[in-house]
Design a protein around this ligand. Sequence first.
Ligand SMILES: [Zn+2]
Length: 259
Amino acid sequence: MFLAHLNWQEAESVLKAKDLVVIIPLGSTEQHGPLGPLGTDFIIPQHLAEQIEAKTKALVVPTMPFGVAAHHTDFPGTIDIGLEGLTCVMRGVVENLMKHGARRFLFLNGHGGNDPALDKVGLETFRAGGLCAQINWWSLAPALNSQWITGHGDAQEVAMIRAIDNSLIRDDSLIPTTVNHLSAELRNTHLNQVRFGNAAVKVIRDVRSTVNSGGFGGLESGLGTQEWGKEMLEAVVDYCVGFVEAFRQVDIEGAHRHV
Ligand SMILES: [Zn+2]
């Protein structure tokens, strides 16, 4: 079911169902390297939500296309609504649906910068008697298959977009990636992450100071194939369908009981 397709009377009865799971797809509108469209982070969760909807009784709300993307704003086309902005919108979505009975929410997230806002709304929702789960698809994928490495504006996201709509990938725009490593000793292994010894350390910089192309993670290797994307898409959808069924059966009162 899609909330946007129901009338209010239908929504009234759907939201009353004790075991309803509400899926909230969200992402960001931001630069995704030379190949990926600006909508990568919300196009993917929206597509996942549509696939999951077809296989479950979950209620899918309209996709949130904007998120927390301050570190990408040096690249044109990026829109950042800030931590407070996203927190406010997600809180509003959850509160208004809870008012009419919904208790279980699944944030289907496509962008890492959104995590702190979702954590905050998750705890608020818990204290109001509900529960929020959060699936970040790009982190889930490597847990399903260790070959499915992650990054930003990189092979993984390109593969996923190719599986959804190959025409959105700008194959002729590939430019060589130049990484401005923090120092000779502290080399970036990801945006905002350097390697020191056997561990990684987070160092925050604007993305455009770290990498010229905006993408990081194996684009030039040609790894981002449609075949990989299709396999990954199917595995992520299957996992989410299974999770929705398990989440539906959670005893909400039991989850709130002090132990
Ligand atoms: Zn992304």
